[in-house]
Unconditional design. Sequence first.
Length: 293
Amino acid sequence: MINTRILEQRLGWKVPRDGDEDTPPPTRPIAHAPMLQGRVTNARTGLPRSHRRGAADSVWAEIPQVLSAPDRLSAKGSAPSFARGSVGGTAMDQLRTQLLRVTADKGWRRIGVTSARRGAGRSFVAAGLAVSIARLETQRVLLLDGDLADPGLADLLGLSAPGSLDDVLGGTRDPLSQLVRVGDSMALALNDHPVPAADERLYSPDTILRWRALMEVAAPDVVILDLPPLLDDAVMTALMPQLDAVLLVADGLNSTARDILECERILEGQLPLLGIVLNKSEDRDSRRSTRRR
């Protein structure tokens, strides 16, 4: 799932080894340095935000529970399992460990998951990461469907959205009514209808206040947002001020170096890039060893 060797081959990426400097392609005038490589050098900017567990317990108790535990959540179709110990679950646990180390150091809570274009598996990565965080039980996580023009998280997970997110953003429904709960440490803000003219409406102060209320009503420790593609949808650009950082998902079959570089140019100076996750890939390296019986 996260294959740096294929990133090097297909996207012209050179992942630094121990003691090496990050050496981008000569034509890559980008200042971003992925933060999930153990190279965070900035000093802590502030203490991580914490919530009093007792104050949030009553709110979480009001959220309807649809599944008893995060490991019971799964993606439809042939997608890998999120469950603990599975190949997909193990990869997500590794990503979770790196991500939480960086977010704790920086005091970040609102993490967006995006891609250059549609079809890269953003929703799968966002859901798997949220499930992995929820397994810790010491962290309450909110998974939010932020693809306002083309919501699909509920369908991917085989769940029903409580209603249209448009009603919450329009102020006719309470944000808490948009949430469902999986176990005691994971909440989901699902959506079943596109939000009309979402990119324009997100420049309204009232809409932004309702969007923030949706993220904060359950007082989660971490918010993972399944966001639209950076190059295909203006909603992503409109939501950038509401995020602390982003993960970029690259499609191992279709993403190009040009797409990745363009995403970095858009993000540079606007939003920290945590790193790039390669999805939909198979390592066919002829050097890999055969199974020992």
